[in-house]
Ligand binder design. Structure first.
Ligand code: NAD
Length: 432
């Protein structure tokens, strides 16, 4: 979402993804869970505990609109599993953020925090709304009302939200203020905050930067020369734009990027610095001059070496999996690939770095911020980035070793490592 008070032009036509036809997101995530749980011989009695949410809250969020009307949105917070620590996960504002999607995303957070060995469980929240058509005042009012409605299950040692699609540091500031107004000053109640309110230098970039650290680790392991590689990125918001910037700074050629308005393409490599300036003023990429225009669908099917989906879920599905030509997919977005598509791509030999590994830089950076807040200190960004890189490379290597040893995909490896850790913690705590 926009950092300032204007409605971003580039986000005006957001739509619910088309591909929710194969199966619901929660069922899809649990299909990945089942495959990995079998691999680690998870005891039958664990399945129900680990596959279902601990708590799901649905609240009404009434908002007085600028023209004096009243709109009532549906808001959700799903706490999936807290065996390893406080629930942790972002807040999404999007028309598709229904209970099933939020539940799926919460489950992914459980496996992601465990894979990264962070002292957190998994959660997610969302409001079914299209914030691109709302004023900043309406978004603030909605955010405050939602926060107060779920505040009894939040807490710096209980559940800690963060930004996700269409939410940002400003939204986190409103959440923190609303929570603090009821419970006292509590900066650690959310992460991804503005620096002035206890945010961590490096957190904003952490998800996109983490994707690039993982890509570098993968290229090293698989002997891929990134100097000669071409990369296409879907989504040019927080995650996509930071990934593009980091790649560009390393001299790695980004040939296509997109936002909801469409994609720009240049086979010789895009001028990412210019595009960041353009998008930074909330102008749609579709209006950029001097580049070829392609659709978001065409971007996914480009003849490139690396594809980074960094927008919404289920964009790689049964309908287009066969047409994907990239050899490596770095899943910056959450759940961008359906199980059917995953199978098609794996059979083709495409190497997929799964979401719970690829985009884990976000929650890892959030962990750093939270730890700094509760101990009242702050790292410099250089230290933040060094620690982030170590964590990402370590997690990638663990997944790659598991995958090579057991002859399974990186996704199965990532889920298996996460599931084993959560199961151990659940058993030790006496959940089962
Ligand atoms: P954002 O709101 O900042 O950006 C989303 C981008 O996707 C925008 O460029 C938007 O124009 C584009 N987009 C929206 N609808 C689209 C469509 N239908 N087709 C193509 N592009 C579309 O969100 P973000 O924080 O960058 O999150 C992007 C993805 O990364 C999400 O899946 C999110 O769950 C995941 N993620 C984010 C974080 C984080 O720290 N922000 C952490 C982990 C994972």
């Amino acid at each position: 979402m926009a950092e300032d008070q204007t409605v971003p032009e580039a986000r005006k036509e957001q739509v619910v993804p088309e591909a929710r036809k194969e199966q619901g997101p929660f069922e899809a995530v649990n299909q990945f869970f089942d495959e990995a749980a079998d691999l680690v011989h998870l005891k039958d009695e664990f399945y129900d505990v680990l596959k279902t949410s601990y708590r799901e809250i649905a609240v009404q969020v009434p908002v007085r609109t600028d023209d004096g009307g009243l709109r009532v949105f549906k808001g959700y917070r799903v706490q999936h599993n807290g065996a390893r620590g406080p629930y942790k996960g972002g807040i999404r504002y999007h028309p598709s953020a229904d209970l099933d999607e939020v539940r799926a995303l919460a489950s992914l957070m459980t496996w992601k925090t465990a894979l990264m060995d962070l002292p957190f469980g998994g959660a997610k929240g969302g409001i079914e709304c299209d914030p691109t058509g709302m004023s900043a005042r309406e978004i603030e009012s909605m955010t405050r009302r939602f926060t107060l409605s779920i505040s009894h299950v939040l807490g710096e040692r209980r559940d800690i939200p963060a930004p996700d699609v269409n939410t940002n540091a400003q939204v986190m500031a409103w959440m923190m203020d609303a929570y603090s107004s009821r419970y006292g000053y509590t900066p650690a109640i959310v992460t991804g905050k503005p620096l002035d309110l206890g945010g961590a230098p490096g957190r904003e970039a952490a998800t996109g930067r983490g994707c690039v650290y993982v890509l570098e680790a993968a290229a090293k392991r698989w002997d891929v020369n990134l100097g000669e590689a071409t990369v296409a990125i879907q989504g040019f918001g927080n995650v996509g734009s930071w990934a593009a910037r980091e790649l560009h700074e390393r001299g790695i050629k980004v040939v296509a990027v997109s936002d909801v308005s469409g994609a720009v393409y240049n086979a010789k490599g895009l001028d990412i610095t210019a595009l960041l300036g353009w998008a930074g003023s909330y102008r749609p990429l579709h209006d950029v001059e001097g580049c070829d225009k392609i659709t978001n669908e065409e971007l996914l099917e480009l003849d490139c070496d690396v594809l980074i989906p960094a927008a919404l879920g289920e964009v790689i599905n049964r309908g287009n999996a066969d047409a994907i030509r990239a050899g490596i997919i770095i899943e910056a977005a959450n759940h961008p690939t359906t199980p059917d598509a995953d199978k098609v791509l794996s059979d083709k030999g495409v190497r997929i770095v799964a979401d719970i590994l690829a985009n884990a830089g976000g929650v890892t950076g959030s962990y750093f911020e939270w730890a700094m807040n509760i101990q009242q200190f702050r790292w410099k960004e250089t230290q933040f980035n060094t620690e982030l890189q170590d964590a990402m490379v370590k997690a990638f290597d663990a997944c790659a070793s598991f995958s090579e040893k057991r002859g399974v995909s990186l996704r199965q490896a990532a889920f298996a490592i996460g599931i084993e850790r959560v199961a151990r913690a659940a058993r030790l705590r006496g959940y089962v």
